[in-house]
Design a protein around this ligand. Structure first.
Ligand code: WT7
Length: 637
């Protein structure tokens, strides 16, 4: 097991140690794992390149650290507890031994499909245990997984498959989510019309929907694994070999394939899982995220399994068959640690107390949140009514690029404060800088959040585009990793995340680039141009406000065009990226040089046009007045 912090003194001591001697700090933790060859250097780095290597020269297999390292003591303990969408359907449990055998069988299957070390496998699956099996089977043979969230459209899936040049796609006939069924295989079929790299599609049967199987390309999961051995020797990989690619949005249109490598990611997710949730042997841990996002990768799959934990995987949604579902699951499995997003808390809060008063919730010890700022009202509701005033809340700040949690309370040890992620974990060195990159070293300051020293979980590159990696994270401020977040530090040194300072918006914890949504809107034949900004939304945190300039209106009029724009965004990205508000405007506020002044649109969407700041560069002030007149939210002038 990785070391656990037990007291405030222990935290201070570990933090100091990680500052004064980061290499020996992380090496001691890494020593708890099974390496087939020890590393040569703990850390080599420079943020200019950038180039970061942890435990270089070290050889290991991450699945040996999940299985072989734990099986002797934990073989018969549940690894995955799976709760299906429909509570009437039987649940499933896979012990460590059972999961190990399934992973090996599927690893052998992949080998038979000629997947080898370094090959990419795209995974587009619902939340079933086989999704985890698929990821670990890739890791077992040194292949690189690229999980695509099953809410993405065919076009987005195709982009990701092509960018990673995946050879194999793993999917299912469909997926259940509440009352909806997502036709995953049909979406894959559509995506593959524009992908030439894919040789094989393996289809897991979940919904029994009627689907087409393309002769020579498509095979059923159950046929493919039939007869495969439950033994598969682990491929020896290098610490810096790629474990996975996971796409995320940035401020330009094209999604970025964030690359994580094996050794550092393993050490970092295992260490942070154990400490942030204060996980103890035998506890049942439940993270409600989808494995298609980094939270699921790090804190449903890798972090928990590396700790020999029991990780609960839930196929459904919080509100079906009723808004008490999460709490029923907590009581049913006696969940000890519960981790969710503020948007889920706000939506359940708004649906009333009747769904929680008859729940016990007595097993809960730690509550977590992630993905977006949590407002005080939601924090208190979570604390009082779910935690019943006895469970600390860990507000965990991190990103796809950081691999694991960076700033978070250690529950029961670091006193919490609503809406503050509190203090950095050992090994993490935050720094706040102003727009010019000057460090703001006082306690009570606001500015841009950067990190000045590498940690093992840091992303290594963007797949196929290292220049963009440098440009996005390491060029804004010299020798610093720039997070893209604004932050406040208070008199106690506590950090509070204020939200993105770039053109990225956070809708229900989903990260979306405004340019990506604009591209989708602009693809609509009647649209000339558009600008998308976020606005405060009571449940989603931020909603999507689109200002759209149309050439002419079609027969459906304004309503018709709004509908078809939403549909276009659904088709090109996914339903979660659909704008909440679409205002048709005569023009966009632009500078004389033709740049859209988003600042003005943001102000209007926030409902406050009383102080638009410097508008001397504005080409046409009349346009702004017209936009305010037609605004879809109330605007203070
Ligand atoms: C962005 C990263 C990390 C897993 C889920 C999201 C925002 C994340 C918090 C928090 C305030 C947060 C940031 C960050 N964010 N956690 N506790 N408080 N904001 O991963 O999709 O890579 O998004 O989410 O803005 O940059 P992601």
């Amino acid at each position: 097991m990785v070391p656990k912090i037990h007291s405030l003194g222990g935290y201070i001591h570990e933090y100091q140690k990680s500052l004064t001697n980061p290499e020996s700090f992380w090496a001691e933790i890494a020593e708890g794992f099974h390496w087939t060859k020890r590393w040569n250097n703990v850390l080599e780095w420079d943020f200019e390149g950038p180039s970061v290597q942890w435990f270089s020269g070290g050889k290991l297999n991450i699945t040996e650290n999940i299985f072989e390292r734990n099986l002797y003591t934990l073989g018969n303990q549940p690894a995955i507890i799976w709760e299906p969408n429909n509570p009437e359907e039987p649940n499933r449990t896979l012990t460590y031994t059972e999961l190990y055998h399934e992973v090996n069988k599927f690893a052998n299957t992949l080998k038979r499909l000629k997947v080898g070390k370094g090959d990419r496998v795209a995974i587009y699956m619902p939340m079933v245990p086989e999704l985890t099996v698929a990821m670990l089977a890739c890791a077992r043979i040194g292949a690189i997984h690229s999980v695509v969230f099953a809410g993405f459209s065919a076009a987005s899936l195709a982009d990701r498959i092509n960018d990673a040049e995946a050879k194999v796609v793993l999917t299912a006939d469909g997926g259940f989510r509440g009352e909806k069924i997502t036709p995953l295989k049909n979406i894959v079929d559509e995506a593959l019309e524009s992908c030439t790299c894919v040789e094989t599609v393996v289809v897991y049967q979940r919904t029994k929907a009627k689907i087409n199987m393309l002769e020579g390309r498509d095979i059923w999961w159950h046929d493919a694994v039939a007869g495969q051995s439950t033994e598969c020797p682990a491929e020896e990989t290098d610490s810096e070999d790629v474990l996975f690619i996971l796409y995320t949005s940035g401020s330009t249109g094209k999604p970025k394939g964030i690359v994580h490598t094996i050794g550092g990611y393993m050490v970092y997710t295992a260490y942070t899982f154990r400490n942030v949730f204060q996980y103890n042997a035998g506890d049942v841990y439940f993270c409600t995220a989808d494995i298609g996002w980094i939270t699921g990768h790090s804190y449903i799959v890798y972090g928990p399994l590396l700790n020999g934990a029991q990780t609960l995987m839930f196929e459904g949604v919080p509100t079906w068959p009723n808004p008490g579902r999460f709490w029923d699951v907590v009581d049913k499995y006696q969940v000890n640690q519960f981790y969710t997003a503020p948007t889920a808390i706000r939506s359940l809060l708004s649906l009333g107390m009747e769904h929680i008063i008859d729940k016990k919730l007595s097993s809960l010890k730690v509550l977590g949140t992630v993905g977006e700022p949590i407002n005080e009202e939601a924090w208190h509701w979570y604390h009082d009514h779910i935690g019943r005033n006895r469970c600390p809340i860990v507000d965990t700040w991190w990103q796809t690029e950081t691999g694991g949690v960076m700033i978070s309370p250690i529950p029961g040890i670091i006193p919490t404060k609503p809406s503050f992620a509190t203090l950095p974990l050992p090994g993490i060195q935050p720094i706040i800088v102003d727009a010019e990159g000057k460090e703001l070293s006082d306690h009570s300051v606001k500015g841009n959040l950067c990190i000045r020293f590498p940690w093992p979980g840091i992303a290594r590159t963007i797949w196929g585009d290292h220049a963009r990696f440098r440009e996005t994270y390491f060029s804004t401020f010299k020798n610093l990793y720039f997070t893209g977040d604004g932050v406040q530090r208070d008199e106690d040194g506590y950090y509070r995340i204020l939200g993105r300072v770039d053109d990225v918006i956070n809708v229900s914890g989903h990260r979306l680039g405004t340019a990506e949504i604009e591209n989708a809107i602009n693809a609509h034949p009647l649209v000339n141009e558009s600008a998308v900004v976020g606005y405060p939304h009571p449940i989603k945190g931020q909603g999507i406000y689109a200002f759209v300039v149309c050439g002419e209106l079609s027969t459906g009029g304004e309503e018709g065009i709004r509908k078809s724009i939403k549909m276009a965004v659904s088709n090109l990205i996914g339903p979660f990226a659909r704008p909440d508000l679409i205002q048709l405007v005569p023009g966009l506020p632009k500078t004389r040089s033709g740049k859209i002044m988003r600042r003005i649109l943001r102000k209007i969407a926030e409902g406050d046009a009383s102080n638009l700041g410097d508008i001397t560069t504005l080409l046409d002030e009349e346009v702004v007045v017209k936009i305010i007149d037609g605004a879809l939210v109330e605007v203070k002038r």
